[in-house]
Design a protein. Structure first.
Length: 138
């Protein structure tokens, strides 16, 4: 598990830090349950109400966010930034399947590259291109 300062965390996710950067981040959690050594993110306005009460050390927010919160890490794409954080803290999860399941529906016009993993019950529509190494869950 990763352990870093808020400043280091902001650099890791490619964000601009607004606030103090010395606190430690040792994990990730939702706004509602994050503790003082965890980071969180806000990407949907319906969750802004939690910003005034979160205990998170830092919160990844959109570049245009102007509301309350602890140390803010402003990013163009908060979802992608939080994904970067998840990978840094937990790595990529192991894919529980290999290859293309026989129950996948693939249109004949779709282009599927080598090394693709597609789980059961996925539909690949006409004209789709699936790049090398892609993993698709249902």
């Amino acid at each position: 598990m990763a352990d870093m300062t808020v400043s280091e965390f902001a650099r890791l996710v490619g964000g601009e830090l607004a606030g103090e950067g010395y606190r430690r981040i040792r994990g990730l959690a939702s706004l509602e349950v994050a503790g003082p050594e965890e980071a969180s993110f806000l990407a949907n306005a319906k969750y802004e109400r939690h910003m005034a009460h979160t205990r998170a050390a830092a919160v990844i927010v959109g570049a245009d966010y102007t509301g309350p919160g602890p140390a803010l890490i402003r990013c163009k794409d908060p979802y992608f930034a939080f994904r970067q954080a998840m990978v840094a803290f937990h790595g990529f999860r192991q894919v529980p399947f290999d290859g293309i399941d026989e129950r996948v529906s693939i249109d004949p016009s779709a282009q599927i590259a080598a090394g693709v993993k597609i789980a059961a019950f996925v539909t690949i529509s006409a004209g789709c291109t699936v790049g090398e190494g892609t993993v698709i869950y249902p």
